[in-house]
Design a protein around this ligand. Structure first.
Ligand code: ZN
Length: 214
């Protein structure tokens, strides 16, 4: 309601470059659709990690606006970039064909509520609208006691998350391959802990894709 009212009074600008008049311009769309490249985070999740490029420019602005500035509409271009990345990985033989379970990396519940929902899940759902073989199951949640990770070292991030990412009890089929998705890859600590708990819950996680690496 409030956002609909704000749309009426605030001019629309591109979420990547602030160009007035469009929510997401062609040039930023081009920048976001870079091919996925393998990344080597400090904390190794034990599965291949891909990102669409460095955390800067349009990619960074879109992630920040979706996460911090209430730009829910940017889930659409971010989700499209994710769907295109999956299609490319399939073409390269890096990602299984057929149905995939897409698990969004967990967001701290309170942080997500404060921002009006989880932008990573929203992005994953947008990707699934473009590719019907993707089935989004937000089964990962963070338990109480997880601090904001900004400014923490890799070791501190690991300690912060150890034992605090949990798999929600859910009737999700374990036979399908699982792709973990996130917006930003930093130390790899979240991906590593997520893959570990998914595996111990019986999910066959084959890789992880992030929109950007910091
Ligand atoms: Zn733009």
């Amino acid at each position: 309601m409030l956002s609909a009212l704000l749309d009426l009074v605030l001019p629309v600008v591109c979420g990547g470059c602030a160009m007035p008049g469009v929510a997401w311009c062609r040039s930023c769309a081009g920048e976001l659709n870079d091919a996925p490249a393998p990344a080597r985070p400090r904390v190794d999740p034990g599965v291949p990690v891909w990102t669409l490029g460095p955390y800067r420019g349009a990619r960074r602005n879109a992630v920040v606006a979706a996460k911090e500035r209430g730009r829910r509409d940017l889930a659409e271009p971010l989700g499209l970039a994710l769907a295109v990345a999956v299609a490319r990985l399939r073409r390269w033989g890096e990602c299984p064909a057929g149905p995939l379970i897409v698990v969004p990396a967990p967001t701290r519940a309170r942080a997500a509520r404060a921002r009006g929902g989880d932008p990573v899940t929203r992005m994953a759902c947008a990707a699934a609208r473009h590719d019907r073989s993707l089935h989004v199951h937000p089964v990962l949640v963070t338990a109480r006691g997880v601090r904001d990770s900004v400014g923490l070292s890799a070791a501190e991030r690991r300690r912060n998350l150890a034992g605090r990412i949990v798999v929600r009890p859910c009737p999700v089929p374990r036979a399908l391959p699982v792709l973990l998705v996130d917006d930003i890859l930093t130390t790899g600590a979240t991906a590593a802990e997520s893959v570990r708990v998914l595996r111990s819950a019986g999910f066959a996680t084959f890789g992880t894709v992030a929109i950007a690496h910091a």
